[in-house]
Write a protein that binds this ligand. Structure first.
Ligand SMILES: Nc1nc2c(c(=O)[nH]1)N[C@H]1C(S)=C(S)[C@@H](COP(=O)(O)OP(=O)(O)OC[C@H]3O[C@@H](n4cnc5c(=O)[nH]c(N)nc54)[C@H](O)[C@@H]3O)O[C@H]1N2
Ligand SMILES: Nc1nc2c(c(=O)[nH]1)N[C@H]1C(S)=C(S)[C@@H](COP(=O)(O)OP(=O)(O)OC[C@H]3O[C@@H](n4cnc5c(=O)[nH]c(N)nc54)[C@H](O)[C@@H]3O)O[C@H]1N2
Ligand SMILES: [Mo]
Length: 766
């Protein structure tokens, strides 16, 4: 069978392909002019923060940083298409549920607040105040505030998130399921244990000084394209870029800079990765332990030969705890176990360790390939162990860099979106607002889902996001949502979560980040966000709102809060009319935000202090603390191998999507066109299964909890990926990710290690 959707892969990421794609995206989004104008203002001191990703902005922010996927994010918000009340009159919710994510996205921006009418099975327009009152009446009617789950997706600004958490805590619960529970939770948990701060320790300028950069479990060519510019500049001045990724990702191999005119004319490109290691899924912990073992061996050799130690002995003595126990744990780990779990050879790991030892300053970055496994927390702790060996934290050009996903997911956490808030934070709220915030922990995403399934939760409020599609076991979640008393979605675009309404259901349309947000006096309001480098900066829209009926997220949160609680403990409506006042409150609760209103109005904003970067360790031991455990008994890859015909599946992003938002059907860098229902597999595994490229198959989940999980009608694509490992796209594959399979200590769904088998279609129906 001819696999027509598999095409040529580009020679390099970026380049003309990216520019052509941008033109196409601007046209397809229906917003060529506004889109293009908006682009020129993305990540500029006087523009808006790009909603595409959380990569930092350069110090000299005057030159426009080109980013193909930023273009898509901006153009898609600036679309001319509208999802109007007429649209909802024309389609029942039951009908819309049969539409694809891609088709829903293409209906364009929501224009009016809508309320679901079960009698007609349609959403109908409703006035804002009526919506607020109806929602408030239901919220006030529950026997306990803990019946409600208040979800946040990481695009919400600091101001919106702070107001939201204040409302929810004044209402009386800590139920804050957050997209970060499915994302970088493991990074926060692990770093807090190891170095006392749950955030990365580097600034963008550190990338200019690093001698080596380890990029682990991350696909920046698609998901953080501006990072490629920084990696490329580093590679060009001779820094080694060492990649750990089971999949050969084009963007990590070669990059053609669309801003470099000469290069564009000559069709040139520059290599990014100096070394590309392809571990098995979930094999990074073993890989880092292997490199640590090689470092210790080299150190023993150096000392025996009378040469200086390879380790940073004074850093270890002054700043770390449990080093000896760690050394013992590494000694006790065999190369055999390391090679088997990582899927990498001892030689390859020794080679990578030599790069590490030859570099004075090393940065390690990571994302979902590390955080979405069962053993993610200890993997990140092991990465930190490795970096501590040569003092690579708290010196210029070195450090840890979890690269965040949503553009303000880190900021939302900082200002209080947390189901387990610290006592200090709650004390500060209590002091400032004179009420007793709830002290008992609330629900994270999995907790919220559990409560919806067992009936303890009766309402869901979503500040952005697409809960029903982003969560595992999506059919179960959709059912749980539709069984609720109340569902409220604050959103820019229609998505599947809106189409599983509870008994009462509302869609409240909000302004996007690219849009001008005027208060009652006609003064444009500014919001703020925090990037992966803990830089907090302002963001002000430049496009006219998509509809005159839109309100800002802040105004909507304030509207619900005011209708539910009245003007207590703050005057919600006054705050929503002047965001400076919200920032004043944030600064009073969180002292690191002092002079917030002044400091956020300078280009690039300000850096939130990171104690670990300053060698202050807020851990139990008062030092950076080694994790000293053994390798896990088995990775999911090892488990899958024990069962005939089983594989471990990772679910990742194509080049044409933003999480559950599907812009287009291509994945140019992987050479897949017009098709998303694909599964990438090693050619030898395909031969063993007796299937050819393009053949159809069902994919069957192997998690043993009695739930049948089948993803139907996918097609095989041969790919450079380790044997026994397969890959496919989120969210189509979320039906295979089991709710009950979560990361130890992080509770993050294990979206990158799902055990599956295949039921290829008989040749007759291919
Ligand atoms: N254009 C665009 N930008 C985005 C997003 C988007 O959807 N589209 N999403 C945003 C969000 S919320 C996030 S969290 C980030 C996500 O950014 P990424 O983490 O880059 O996202 P994924 O596509 O999930 O890619 C995971 C990468 O890890 C690799 N990987 C998988 N398992 C393993 C493993 O066990 N070990 C190693 N070493 N590698 C592994 C995969 O092969 C893949 O290259 O991007 C953000 N930016
Ligand atoms: N299998 C699998 N599942 C995963 C992942 C995976 O890799 N594999 N990744 C996980 C990760 S890393 C994440 S972060 C989550 C993402 O989970 P979510 O954050 O819940 O999902 P998104 O797709 O980003 O949400 C998109 C919706 O947000 C709304 N929206 C867009 N912009 C705005 C805005 O400015 N304001 C408001 N109020 N709404 C807006 C639109 O209505 C849009 O439809 O998914 C997780 N799920
Ligand atoms: Mo994410």
């Amino acid at each position: 069978m001819k696999a027509s959707f598999i095409g040529r892969k580009p020679k390099a990421a970026g380049g003309w392909g990216a520019l052509t794609s941008c033109g196409k995206q601007l046209l397809a989004s229906g917003a060529p002019l506004t889109g293009a104008r908006a682009l020129l203002k993305a990540n500029q001191p006087n523009g808006f923060d790009c909603p595409g990703c959380a990569w930092g902005d350069p110090e000299h922010g005057s030159s426009f940083e080109f980013c193909e996927n930023g273009v898509k994010a901006v153009a898609w918000e600036a679309t001319d298409r509208r999802t109007t009340p007429q649209f909802f009159r024309d389609h029942t919710v039951t009908e819309l549920r049969t539409w694809s994510d891609h088709d829903l996205e293409h209906t364009g921006r929501l224009t009016h607040p809508m309320r679901y009418n079960p009698a007609t099975d349609k959403y109908e327009a409703i006035a804002w105040d009526e919506a607020f009152k109806a929602i408030a009446d239901i919220l006030r009617g529950f026997d306990t505030p803990n019946r409600v789950e208040f979800y946040t997706s990481g695009r919400a600004s600091n101001e919106a998130a702070f107001l939201y958490q204040l409302f929810v805590r004044a209402y009386g619960t800590n139920n804050f399921p957050d997209c970060s529970n499915m994302c970088h939770e493991a990074s926060g948990v692990a770093l807090k244990q190891s170095i006392g701060v749950g955030k990365g320790t580097v600034l963008l300028e550190d990338f200019e000084k690093a001698d080596a950069i380890f990029v682990v479990g991350q696909n920046p060519g698609t998901n953080h394209p501006r990072m490629l510019g920084d990696l490329r500049r580093a590679a060009e001045r001779g820094a080694r870029i060492v990649v750990f990724n089971p999949v050969r990702e084009r963007g990590l191999e070669r990059f053609a800079d669309p801003q470099n005119k000469l290069e564009m004319l000559h069709g040139g490109s520059a290599p990014i990765a100096s070394d590309y290691l392809q571990p098995r899924l979930g094999g990074d912990l073993a890989a880092f332990r292997g490199m640590a073992k090689a470092v210790f061996a080299a150190d023993d050799e150096a000392l025996a030969a009378g040469r200086p130690s390879v380790l940073d002995r004074s850093f270890l003595a002054q700043h770390t705890a449990a080093f000896e126990a760690y050394r013992a744990a590494v000694d006790a780990t065999s190369w055999e176990a390391i090679e088997d779990q990582s899927g990498l050879t001892r030689e390859a790991l020794e080679h990578a360790a030599r790069i590490y030892m030859n570099a004075h300053r090393v940065i390690c970055t990571w994302a979902m390939g590390v955080t979405q496994h069962r053993h993610s927390v200890i993997t990140i702790r092991e990465i930190t162990n490795f970096m501590l060996l040569r003092g690579n934290i708290g010196k210029p050009g070195a450090g840890l860099c979890p690269v965040r996903g949503h553009s303000n997911v880190q900021g939302d956490r900082t200002v209080g979106i947390n189901e387990r808030p610290s006592a200090a934070f709650l004390d500060a709220l209590e002091r400032e607002f004179n009420f007793r915030p709830p002290r008992e922990p609330g629900h994270n995403v999995l907790g919220a889902v559990g409560a919806m399934l067992d009936g303890t939760a009766q309402a869901f409020v979503g500040l952005g996001g697409n809960f029903a599609r982003a969560t595992p076991d999506s059919p179960i979640i959709a059912k749980a949502l539709s069984g609720l008393r109340l569902t409220v979605h604050i959103a820019t675009k229609l998505n599947h979560s809106h189409l599983v309404p509870g008994r009462d259901s509302f869609i409240l349309p909000c302004l996007g980040r690219t849009e001008i947000d005027l208060n009652s006096k006609g003064v444009a309001q500014l919001v703020t966000v925090e990037d992966s480098m803990s830089m907090v900066h302002g963001s002000g829209g430049i496009n006219p709102p998509a509809s005159p009926y839109l309100r800002s997220e802040i105004a909507i949160v304030a509207g619900i809060a005011n209708a539910t609680l009245g003007p207590w403990p703050v005057d919600w409506l006054a705050l929503a009319d002047d965001y400076d006042q919200i920032r004043e409150l944030i600064a009073r609760v969180l002292p690191d935000f002092h002079d917030y209103n002044r400091r956020v109005r300078v280009p690039r904003g300000f850096h939130l202090r990171n104690a670990a970067r300053e060698l202050e360790w807020l851990t139990a031991t008062g030092k950076a603390t080694f994790w000293t455990g053994p390798l896990p008994e088995a990775t999911e890859h090892q488990r899958a191998r024990m069962k005939q015909g089983h594989f471990v599946l990772q679910t990742f992003r194509s080049h044409d999507q933003y999480n559950t938002t599907i812009y287009g059907m291509d994945d140019r860098y992987r050479g897949v066109y017009g098709e998303r229902r694909v599964v990438f597999m090693h050619p030898d595994d395909m031969a063993e299964l007796g299937v050819a490229a393009g053949e159809r198959t069902d994919i069957v989940g192997a998690f043993e909890d009695g739930v049948e999980r089948v993803a139907r009608d996918f097609r095989f694509v041969p790919y450079d990926i380790p044997r026994g490992c397969v890959a496919g796209y989120y969210p189509e594959m979320n039906v295979l990710v089991p709710l009950a399979s979560a990361g130890d200590e992080s509770y993050t769904p294990t979206s990158k290690s799902v055990i599956v088998s295949f039921r290829p279609y008989p040749k007759a129906v291919q």
